[in-house]
Design a protein around this ligand. Structure first.
Ligand code: SF4
Ligand code: F3S
Ligand code: ZN
Length: 103
């Protein structure tokens, strides 16, 4: 499951669609964590899709990740600033790939 302390244990190595990417990244096999308030560990996400279906404010969008060993699409927190901290995505993800910092 995603490391809830990733902000202490990782470093920002890139930016994607307006949010941070926390390394290490070694494309295409290792993609890191996308987002900060709503963080998705792309190396754990296996494209279940529950987060995309259930988020009431459509924070997530699919992105293509060809060549990643877990799945070739990922749920990207493209609209993380819209998050209302309902925690539904955290509850429904079957592999605990999502961390929401509700403060
Ligand atoms: Fe969407 Fe709720 Fe998850 Fe925020 S906590 S990304 S609003 S499902
Ligand atoms: Fe991925 Fe979990 Fe969403 S596997 S698509 S982050 S429900
Ligand atoms: Zn992203």
């Amino acid at each position: 499951s995603i490391d809830p302390n990733f902000e202490e244990n990782r470093e920002v190595v890139d930016e994607h669609e307006g949010h941070d990417v926390w390394g290490p990244v070694d494309d295409p096999e290792r993609l890191g964590i996308h987002g900060t308030h709503v963080a998705v560990d792309f190396d754990i996400c296996l494209a279940d899709g529950a987060c995309i279906e259930d988020c009431p404010v459509d924070v997530f969008e699919w992105v293509d990740t060809p060549g990643h060993p877990e799945s070739e699409i990922k749920a990207d927190p493209a609209n993380e600033s819209q998050c209302i901290d309902c925690m539904i995505c955290v509850d429904v993800c079957p592999v605990d790939a999502i961390d929401v910092d509700a403060g």
